[in-house]
Design a protein around this ligand. Structure first.
Ligand code: ATP
Ligand code: MG
Length: 662
């Protein structure tokens, strides 16, 4: 591609941070308004971390007892501690202090599954509810350090439950309410939960989910649970086990005393969360109190340029880390309004997100590439029938976002007036690692750009572990210094924590992802290390090939995997879904191959190209390449743990398609 061509093609363009458009509030300036300001703060966060974090902690979080040490321990030893000596309470920080200062400000807007069913909860009401649930927990005999499993739909009561746990120093373990009874039971047993909070049923996209029934089944194999609190979401009759099961509405109405927050140590456990499982057996990551809150509050403020009057919407389920950090704790710790979205992007039709934005005048919207790609597939009309003029920023998380989808998001959804913020991070990190800052960073579609404050990334040679310091390098992505919201352990298996993250490469945290740093210092996440494909000695990233494929106008989504090849070591096998309404044909296949050859070169030509209706995904919407690799290699009988797969019925047609050529 020539220089002129690359300038013409929007996916290779540079996007300057915006001069503030008419959408930006007149009475505000962005928190970070130039790249120099970002650089200066980032330099301080790396060179004088104690000064930087002491400032952030005092700006963002109220401690009941001040901390004496900012940070101790090291990544290599896996014993990092933050803000030691301090005592604080999460729910006080997210609820009480705003209920005092701005009692009538809206804390939560609930966008119910059925359009038209929205309601809001003010900070004052939130405090009342959180205190009541905490009272119920006390009546259950739960004490600081006990674990509560939460298996709830996306309703305000889910956030209220999380906050009630943290109010008493209880450790929550939120399990996405889409997991089977078996997976739920595994997570309850592993975390030794004493109580479960659930709902009679859930509603998603008009479909009923039998939450209580699933909990009942799970509990047949969980002896640790003695109490189940059941929120009435639909009001359906569900069996209630006497002595164990308690009605939410009844129990809350009986609470008449205010329950004060219990101040806990900075390093006391706050929650456990199991990873979504794109790569194998889920791990229960343990997060602690002060570091998590400071990290999340800091990143929410700067990454989304969040201010008091904003209405922030993160579409991720609370069952994932994104729902924890940016659906609940981040916005509430800043006293801002958060939108809890119960539905799915295509119910009742594919304009649901955008109608929700209009209805609640959402200012910052945060979703995942899987949603962006699937909405792009259905065409622009679903976006263009809405207004979207309240939006000031749009953001993405969860997978590498293909440049083509990035540009669509920016132009069709953001009307070229909203910065696109592609945030890279993991369950293990608690908060953003690499991300643009909306009014400071010049963006390149597909790149998460530069490190967040406190994050010092390194790209290492995967074989020698040596740091590759120059520009234009590819390797494994590691982080050199501890940051406050890093998970402290894997529950019950600290050795696995050490071997997975801390001892893979000496003295650094290993993300498990591969990355490239380009000539301008931008980071490009190229996917998981296990997904890197090696064809005749050329190491290629899945993200790079997939992004080339999706540039073909017929393509909606793609996933590539490397399979063993006698001649080239590995060969590329590409799975592709087409734009809505298109039918499989040899011509389309040829045109897709031609696109890859033009975009990357003949070396990236897929040896096999398989058109499918759907790609296998985790319940959080990420493509599971591990499964595709097995299927494509004729090892469909050895797929391993499938508990995190969203729709296992996709497997049979996939296997059948592959059998034709394996
Ligand atoms: P498991 O660890 O159980 O396999 P998971 O890695 O999918 O599951 P998460 O912690 O939810 O669980 O996801 C983190 C991973 O998602 C990252 O390691 C990275 O591979 C990918 N990811 C998240 N955000 C981005 C992004 N903005 N760009 C590229 N990749 C991303
Ligand atoms: Mg992971």
């Amino acid at each position: 591609m020539t220089v002129e061509e690359s300038q013409l093609n929007p996916i290779h363009a540079l996007y300057e941070p915006y001069p503030l458009t008419s959408r930006y509030p007149k009475d505000r300036t962005p928190w970070i308004s130039s790249f120099e300001q970002y650089k200066a703060m980032h330099d301080q966060s790396i060179n004088e971390p104690d000064v930087f974090w002491r400032l952030r902690a005092s700006e963002l979080v109220e401690f009941d007892t001040p901390f004496h040490t900012v940070c101790s321990g090291s990544l290599g030893e896996g014993n990092v501690k933050w803000f030691e000596g301090g005592k604080l309470n999460i729910s006080y920080n997210c609820v009480d202090r705003w209920a005092e200062k701005t009692p009538d400000a809206v804390a939560i807007i609930y966008e119910a599954d059925q359009p038209g069913g929205a309601k809001s909860v003010t900070y004052k009401e939130l405090l009342d509810q959180v205190s009541r649930v905490a009272g119920v927990f006390k009546s259950f005999g739960l004490e600081k350090g006990d674990t509560v499993a939460i298996y709830m739909p996306m309703v305000p009561e889910a956030a209220i439950t999380m906050l009630a746990c943290t109010r008493l120093g209880l450790v929550h373990n939120v399990v996405f309410a889409g997991f089977s009874a078996h997976s739920l039971a595994e997570r309850i047993r592993d975390s030794n939960a004493k109580a479960v909070v659930t709902s009679d049923q859930g509603l998603r996209g008009g479909k009923i989910i039998h939450n209580k029934k699933i909990v009942d089944e799970a509990l047949l194999t969980c002896s640790s649970v003695t109490k189940v609190l059941v929120f009435e979401r639909t009001g359906a009759e569900v069996p209630m086990q006497q002595g164990r099961d308690v009605s939410w509405s009844k129990a809350l109405s009986e609470q008449n005393e205010f329950v004060p927050p219990v101040f806990v140590d900075s390093e006391d456990p706050m929650f456990i969360l199991y990873t979504s499982g794109s790569t194998g057996k889920p791990k229960g990551l343990l997060h602690t109190t002060a570091g998590y809150l400071v990290g999340v509050a800091m990143t929410t403020k700067y990454t989304f340029d969040l201010g008091k009057d904003d209405v922030f919407c993160c579409s991720a389920d609370i069952g994932w880390i994104t729902g924890h950090s940016y659906g609940v704790y981040g916005p509430l710790s800043l006293g801002v309004t958060t939108v809890i979205f119960e539905s799915v992007p295509n119910y009742p039709d594919a304009s649901r997100f955008w109608k929700t934005v209009d209805e609640h005048k959402i200012t910052q919207f945060y979703t995942a590439p899987t949603a962006i790609r699937s909405l792009r597939r259905l065409g622009d009309d679903f976006v263009n029938c809405t207004d979207l003029s309240s939006l000031r920023l749009i953001a993405s998380v969860g997978e590498p976002i293909n440049p083509e989808a990035w540009v669509w998001y920016k132009s069709v959804v953001g009307k070229d007036l909203c910065p696109v913020v592609d945030t890279y991070w993991q369950t293990e990190n608690g908060s953003h690692l690499i991300t643009p800052l909306p009014f400071a960073t010049t963006t390149k579609p597909g790149s998460a750009t530069f490190p967040m404050f406190g994050i010092e990334p390194a790209i290492l040679d995967p074989n020698t572990g040596e740091e590759l310091t120059g520009p234009n390098v590819k390797g494994v992505l590691c982080i050199k210094k501890p940051w406050p919201s890093i998970a402290r352990s894997i529950l019950g298996d600290h050795d696995r924590y050490l071997t997975t993250y801390m001892h893979a490469y000496k003295g650094v945290y290993f993300t498990g992802d591969a990355a490239r740093r380009d000539e301008d210092g931008y980071y490009w996440i190229s996917g998981r290390v296990d997904d890197v494909i090696n064809v005749s000695g050329h190491r290629m990233s899945t993200a790079e090939i997939e992004s080339a494929i999706i540039q073909n106008e017929s393509v909606a989504e793609s996933a590539v995997v490397g399979i063993e090849d006698e001649i080239t070591g590995q060969s590329i096998c590409a799975f592709v879904t087409l734009q809505a309404g298109l039918k499989e044909s040899d011509q389309i296949k040829k045109s897709i191959i031609a696109t890859v050859r033009t975009e990357i070169g003949p070396i990236a030509t897929p040896k096999n190209l398989i058109l499918v209706n759907e790609l296998p995904k985790t319940r959080s919407g990420k493509i599971i390449r591990r499964i595709l690799r097995k299927v494509a290699s004729g090892e469909a009988d050895q797929l391993g743990d499938l508990s995190t797969m969203s729709d296992p019925s996709l497997l049979a047609p996939l296997v059948e398609k592959c059998c034709r050529w394996v």
